[in-house]
Design a protein around this ligand. Structure first.
Ligand code: ATP
Length: 138
């Protein structure tokens, strides 16, 4: 079966590189499934857990946003932050989630002057990390 090269880099390191069967990502235009020989494409990614499919298995990679460039034989993800599940501190992500939720609530009620865009982005990063580790989110 044909494969496609995937490289995920964050500002400080190569997070993941492998020949894969398929990548499923969430872009600003919606969900995209990238198979080998995909047409060239550049898009922005939103914070989420990317799904890497290889050898009948699925691996999740948390990404905080960034860009993806697709060529027929290679996918390059340049992420603002990216982590493999084994590198994610779940307690820290849960604390970030709770903090962002609280900020958003107090912003909505007018109790505090909150930067909602920042709080929403922090919440999405936390959800991406908790999803990548298979943690329950509430
Ligand atoms: P926090 O409020 O916990 O710092 P954050 O979403 O603001 O979370 P980022 O700015 O996205 O954090 O990331 C800063 C650095 O910390 C990056 O190198 C990122 O990989 C790392 N990082 C953030 N949260 C976690 C986590 N839960 N587990 C492991 N590394 C993390």
């Amino acid at each position: 079966m044909a494969t496609i090269k995937l490289e995920i880099v964050s500002p400080d390191k190569m997070v993941y590189a492998a020949d894969i069967d398929m990548l499923i990502v969430r872009s600003i235009a919606g969900e995209l499934g990238i198979l080998p020989h995909h047409a060239p494409l550049v898009t922005s990614l939103v914070p989420h857990a990317m799904r890497v499919k290889l050898d009948g298995d699925e691996k999740l990679v948390a990404v905080g946003g960034g860009f993806m460039e697709v060529q027929p034989d290679k996918i390059s993800v340049m992420a603002s932050v990216a982590e493999l599940p084994e590198d994610i501190d779940t307690d820290r992500a849960q604390r970030a989630f709770d903090r962002a939720k609280k900020r958003i609530e107090s912003g909505k009620s007018g109790a505090e002057d909150i930067n909602m865009v920042r709080a929403e982005a922090a919440l999405k990063r936390a959800v991406a990390r908790l999803t990548a580790t298979g943690s329950h989110i509430e």
